[in-house]
Design a protein around this ligand. Structure first.
Ligand code: BTN
Length: 252
């Protein structure tokens, strides 16, 4: 393990903990958070042996392919978790443009899509205080920078994509830095400005989607993003719904 410190524009101090291999940067950082680690503690691993995704899935995290990073935030009392999640998607999207010059889209809730393929997944995990307010959030970001030498794992090969052909630690570290800069900046924006950015980046509006919730699955038309970053859909029977959690699948 190696520990470094640096400051973001505006003076925010980052404590960066780097591992060659770890089970999951999110799991490690949640443990640190429970032990009082300060916000902007960041963990990066070259490889994860048990990378976790949303909805209990695993996240394939091979060496020399991607950025596997978790960030600890301790938002102010009334900060809402949905805005925080949106900020991360927006920030990753902007950082990809900064570093690679590529324009990606956000597939609700927070998958980053390039040329119809998922290049980044985000896992935001929160812990609450006794009074129900958000104590901390651990934001896990997994970006496929380049494809593995022998191709993506069979479990993801039909959906996964990458941002460039050749991985380097230098590109990964630049991307990590840019994501942190963008998050730090976007955290100070008002909700209206975040909504505009998130809506502009959405790649599902106007598309036919399959909605997958824990209890049911149905087809619908994605109409827009509501004022709390929910996805507005019209079902085939003409009724409207606003999705607050769950997942959609969509042909890109
Ligand atoms: C998803 O696509 O469902 C979310 C994937 C999140 C993966 C990142 S990689 C860094 C961090 N550590 C984890 O175990 N998961 C997140």
């Amino acid at each position: 393990m190696e520990i470094k410190e640096f400051t973001l524009s505006g003076g925010r101090l980052v404590k960066l903990i780097c591992f060659k291999e770890i089970i999951s940067t999110n799991t490690y950082l949640k443990n640190e958070a429970n032990n009082g680690a300060p916000e902007y503690t960041v963990v990066i691993a070259d490889r994860q042996s048990g990378g976790r995704g949303r909805l209990g899935r695993s996240f394939v995290s091979e060496e020399k392919c991607g950025l596997y990073m978790s960030l600890l935030l301790r938002p102010v009392e009334d900060f809402d978790f949905t805005s925080l999640t949106a900020i991360i998607g927006i920030s990753v999207n902007e950082a990809i443009f900064d570093v690679f010059g590529l324009t990606c889209g956000i597939k609700w809730v927070n998958d980053i899509i390039y040329k119809g393929r998922k290049v980044c997944g985000i896992l935001a995990e929160g812990a609450l205080k006794d009074n129900g307010a958000l104590d901390y959030a651990v934001i896990g970001i997994g970006v496929n920078i380049a494809p593995p030498a022998d191709g993506f794992d069979a479990s993801i090969k039909d959906v996964a994509g990458a941002l460039c052909k050749k991985y380097s630690d230098e590109i990964r570290d630049r991307l990590a830095r840019s994501i942190l800069e963008r998050i730090n900046l976007n955290l100070s924006r008002d909700k209206a400005s975040l909504l505009k950015r998130y809506r502009d980046m959405s790649c599902v509006i106007g598309k036919r989607v399959k909605v997958i919730t824990p209890s049911l699955t149905y087809f619908a038309a994605a109409e827009g993003i509501d004022s709390d970053f929910g996805l507005i859909v019209t079902k085939d029977d003409g009724s409207c719904d606003v999705l607050r959690y769950g997942e959609i699948s969509v042909k890109m």
